[in-house]
Design a protein around this ligand. Sequence first.
Ligand code: NAD
Ligand code: TDX
Length: 327
Amino acid sequence: MNILVTGAAGFIGSHFVRTLLSGGYPGHEDDRVTVVDKLTYAGTRNNLPRHHPRLTFVHGDICDTTLLEKVFPGQEAVVHFAAESHVDRSVAGAEAFVRTNVLGTQALLEAALRHGTGVFVQVSTDETYGSIAEGRWTEDEPLLPNSPYAASKAAADLIARSYWRTHGLDVRVTRCANNYGPGQHPEKLVPLFVTRLLDGRPVPLYGDGSNLREWLHVDDHCRAVRLVLDGGRPGEVYNVGGGTHMTNREMTGRLLDLCGAGWDLVRRVEDRKGHDFRYAVDDSKIRRELGYAPRRSLEDGLRETVEWYAAHRGHWDAREEDSEAGY
Ligand code: NAD
Ligand code: TDX
């Protein structure tokens, strides 16, 4: 199969592509992967193999319809990870979020439709549902996103759905909980705290630290995406959870222990504007229909993640901006 993967120089997409290329997804051992990534601040070529016989890396923007006309012919599936993904940045300025997450997704959907691409997996997030004080969201829950980031992802999900409903494009949406693991940009909670604590520097805990998140290893998320790619149904949404729920304060405590640091390095800072209190998905649908079950324990996953950051301090420094595909 020829698969177009967007945003795979970033955290989750790169894990998906590396796993696929190393034979981690049965039935995909011969797939040819084309990655389109703009290499924003959040993407690095270091997240992918430099040279691999089944990988073509295209340095480009998903909003560039001329580029999409070149890369789409022959593609049989799209797995769409590319996004502006950091909530705090969307609070500071939402334009890039609307451009990439909404217009970029629409450009990809349009290209997929024109070129008869078989399957389109829209990788989305639990944040599109908003914030939930108790209980869990099913896929039928109305979308009530609170941050500009979440709103741009919700808009993209709805446009994707419209391409299924109107044009019959085989679109499948995943909505996953918070991911952690190696190769995540050090702007997000886990890598920010780990990289700072390893250097003995202070970390900023928003508000009183009581906000709750569900933490899932990136490998479990990517396996869920692969299950949806292979067996999901057109027009359907699949929540992806099964991680560990905890307050930010509890997560901070774990990271302090793993990094050998103490609470004296934790600074209480002003809360994030519009800070969602809690996310929690009901993922029984993907478990029932596709046999999804997470495998990585938080204990092992977090320890390995801290070890990875300790061993890869220069990972985000070196960039290679040249396209191997020559576009
Ligand atoms: P990331 O920020 O690490 O990576 C995003 C990638 O997209 C980067 O490589 C960047 O260069 C690329 N990109 C950005 N704008 C682009 C454009 N216009 N054209 C081409 N490439 C562009 O993000 P991530 O954490 O890997 O998230 C991947 C996807 O998963 C996103 O769609 C996100 O909404 C979703 N998601 C993330 C999480 C999480 O916890 N990180 C959870 C659920 C869903
Ligand atoms: O410095 C910090 N201090 C802090 O207390 C940062 C960066 C975060 N936080 C808090 C805010 C959140 O409650 O930690 C929690 C996690 O924050 P982020 O890592 O920024 O993640 P979140 O806002 O929950 O969004 C993430 O999960 C869903 C991803 O960034 C999204 O891309 C994904 O869709």
